[in-house]
Structures are given as C-alpha cells and as structure tokens.
Ligand binder design. Structure first.
Ligand code: GLN
Length: 456
C-alpha cells in the first residue's frame, strides 16, 4: 500500500485516479496487517486496489465520471466492493473512466482522458488506455495499484485490458451483483477484475462474485474456486475459431496474433475447430440500440433533485426548466447522444422497428453460441480488439461510429451473457500490447481462465 501511494504521487500525468483515499488506505492496510498476523487472512487481504468510479463507495466521491454527479458521496457501498473489503482488500481511491461507462477511450470523462502508460516505439504521443475502464487499465499497467475493478457492458474491461497489456475478465451475466454500481445498460452490465496475471484475476474474481438478494439478476450459485481451476492442463479441450470474426480489412498483425494464439493452444494439447456464429455482423447494431435504450431509462433519475449537480435557475423557472438545464449542463455529448438514441428507439412509433428487432437479434446471437457449445466447444478464441491502442484525440473527433467499431469483438459476449477474458498476447510492430479474447460457456469462468492461463 505504501509503495502504491508513493507511485500515485509521481504519476499524475496518467490521470488514472479520480479520487485518492490515502488515509482510508493506510487504515485498511493496518487492519489487514492485524488479520494477517492473527492468521485470519483471505487471499485478498492487504491487496491495494483501485476502484472504478462507477462503484458506489460509502462516503467517497462517486461520479461515474459525470458532471451530473458532482460531489455525490453515496451513503452505501456496492456489494462487489463490500465483498472485497470483507476479504481485507485495501482501497487506494477511485479510478477514471468514460462518463457513465459510455466510450472506448476514456475521452468522455469529466475528469479528462486517462493516459496509457505504453507509448509507440520512438514516438512520445499520448495514447488512450481504452475505455470505459481506462483509469483501471492505466493504474494497473502503470503499477499504481496491484489490481482494479472494472465494469463491462460491451467490452469496457476487455478492450482496455488489451490496450495496456493486462488481464481483464467479464464474468457470466449474473455472477457479480450489480447492486451499488451506477447503472448503464442493466441487462448487459457486469463487474470484473483487471489484473496483471490470470491467477490474480482468478483470486480477485472469487471475492467479487456471489448471490446477492439485493440484485434480482444475481445468480444463486455456489462460488467456485477459480484459482483451483488453473492447472495449466488443457489437453483434450475443444477451442472454437469463429470464421465470422475474420473481418474484412482486419490488420495482418491481428490475424497473425490470432493464429499464434491458436497454435499455442494446439501445442498445449487442445483441439481446434472452425465454428460459425452467423449473426455476428448484427451484434454491433443491436448493441447500439439496446444499450442506449436501457441507458435512456436508467439515466432518467438524474433530474437535479436527488443527486449531484443542479443548474442555477432563473426567476420564474419551474421544475421542467430545472430538469432541462440540469441535464443540459450535467451530461456530456456522448451521454446525450445515447439518451436521444435510446428514447427514439423506445418511442411508440419506432419500438417495433428498432428495439424489438434488436432484442430478436440478441436472441439469435445467444443461440449461435448455444449451438457451438452444444457441439462440444469449450471456449472460443478471438482477437480482443481490432487494433492496438490509438492516440488520444485520434478517434474522438471522427464519426462516433468509428469509435463504436472498437467493440466489434466484445459486444457479442455481453449480448449473450457469456464470460469473456482478454489476455495479453504480444506486441505489435510499434511495440504496443495486443490482446486475445477467450469466450467461455456460461458459469464456466474457471475453465475459461484455465485456457487463458495456458495462453499467458
Ligand atoms: N464502448 C462500449 C460503449 O461505449 C462499451 C462500454 C462498456 O462496456 N461500458 O458502449
């Protein structure tokens, strides 16, 4: 904890933290010490963590990187973080992210972009750590914490993990309680660990998961020992290679990375099979209907009454003006875009054409995976992202669709509710990290992580 606190002091340029809690960290570390001495020490005891700003932390600034939650200090703690504290983990502070977790580059944050600790060879340009859990990725890769929490609605754990050379796990939907996590798209959101190694992820995931009566979508299943699953033995496992992920115009180095990963798994004794997920090409459009629809509903609560920011009102302004002015000032452009798209696709004239159709596509995508798993496939191997980290500002000014294309390999997993992990898998020609993704069967995070372990 001392080392992390010292590191944080020298690394403001990464802009990874949105709030530091050094006093609390020292207090928690002392308590962990006492537990360790008393011989009552769960695996997470004394491990210094950064917490994405999307998790409610009692008495500590929680803003989802939005101006509309200015100064919000929740009177409660999220289930996931309370479980980490139960197991003795130490909170160093809160981590930067895209506003309300909407983005792939951490550039929609009210705190300004987080910065990737990696740079292209011979080039000093600042790169994005990815998003939305960009602060989490930058903090772990930059050695400002041992591990961090992230959340993943369409790729926000896996893509930043790939951009910064770390491991990021999105568990099966329902594995982690969503209680106390600021909602983006409730049917897609899942919390997960972001760590330096697969083993660290397995250990941290165990502490984060479990049934919670306060989240009706949290699964009432026993908590597996994910670490015990890491035998490194994947002989006889069947790994699917989905042909639809071989996109037109995919850079050669991503192709090569994918083939190398497949070779490694084969050398370790796994059987490779070509599989088909025919509805893959509809995943991105379906996601960008469903996620904004749910967001527009979830974000309706930010009205200037209950939380955070309220606009200054003019004499004669009524409640409508208060809502309008507060939301106009409080939300950034990307959030407004999502709320408008969401309200549009849910409106009575367009519901059937967009929202209902997207839900049907979602079912087809889930069934694609069900068929592949029913045919005996244990995990599916794909690239994690279509490219390595890009420069800050490089994409943000372009057409938003270009930014959305970053999620092309990750959103299917959220739509189908499956577990996914991004594992570092080498460097590109510029010396930047690239990641491979493994997609597991529902509730088989242990098996998926063991395959990731063989790739590591
Ligand atoms: N980049 C995606 C989006 O902007 C995913 C975000 C996420 O997973 N939170 O919606």
């Amino acid at each position: 904890t001392d080392a992390c606190l010292a590191a944080a002091a020298g690394s403001e340029k990464l802009n990874a933290f949105s709030a530091h809690t050094p006093d609390r960290a020292v207090e928690m570390a002392d308590a962990a010490d006492a537990r360790l001495k008393a011989g009552d020490a769960p695996d997470m005891c004394g491990i210094p963590l950064g917490i994405k700003d999307l998790f409610s932390t009692e008495g500590v600034q929680t803003q989802a990187a939005s101006r509309i939650l200015d100064g919000f200090r929740p009177p409660y703690e999220s289930t996931v973080t309370s479980q980490l504290w139960r197991d003795g983990a130490v909170m160093l502070g809160k981590l930067n992210m895209d506003e309300f977790a909407m983005g792939s580059s951490n550039e929609t944050s009210t705190y300004g972009p987080a910065v990737n600790p990696w740079k292209r060879k011979g080039d000093d340009a600042a790169l994005t750590p990815g998003g939305s859990s960009g602060g989490s990725a930058a903090a772990v890769a930059g050695d400002l914490c041992l591990a961090a929490t992230g959340t993943d609605t369409g790729g926000s754990i896996r893509q930043p993990a790939a951009f910064t050379g770390i491991v990021g796990v999105k568990p099966t939907y329902g594995r982690c309680s969503r209680w106390g996590i600021v909602a983006f798209a409730s049917s897609l959101d899942q919390a997960g660990p972001m760590t330096k190694t697969v083993r660290d992820s397995a250990i941290m995931l165990k502490s984060m998961v479990g049934h919670d009566a306060k989240d009706s979508t949290s699964a009432n299943l026993p908590v597996p020992d994910f670490e015990a699953a890491l035998t490194g033995d994947i002989r006889g496992k069947t790994i699917g290679i989905p042909k639809e992920y071989r996109m037109d115009g995919m850079p050669q180095e991503i192709e090569d990375l994918w083939s190398r990963g497949a070779e490694m798994l084969k050398d370790a004794g796994a059987k490779l099979v070509d599989v088909s997920l025919p509805h893959t090409k509809y995943a991105l459009p379906a996601y960008y209907v469903i996620a904004p629809a749910e967001a527009s509903s979830n974000l309706a609560r930010y009205d200037g009454v209950k939380y955070g920011h309220r606009a200054k009102l003019a004499p004669g302004d009524g409640i409508t003006e208060m809502y309008e002015k507060t939301r106009a000032e409080g939300f950034g452009d990307e959030v407004k875009r999502r709320v408008m798209i969401g309200a549009y696709v849910l409106s009575s004239g367009f519901y059937d054409a967009y929202y209902l159709r997207a839900q049907k596509v979602r079912t087809l995508i889930r069934q694609d995976f069900e068929k592949v798993f029913a045919d005996g496939v244990d995990s599916i191997l794909t690239p994690a992202t279509p490219s390595a980290a890009f420069g800050i500002g490089e994409m943000a000014d372009a057409d938003p669709i270009k930014m959305y294309l970053n999620d092309v390999f990750t959103v299917t997993v959220n739509l189908a509710g499956l577990p996914g992990v991004s594992v570092p898998a080498g460097l590109d020609a510029d010396g930047l990290p690239l990641g491979l993704q493994l997609i597991g069967r529902p509730w088989e995070e242990g098996d998926m992580l063991n395959t990731a372990y063989a790739l590591e």
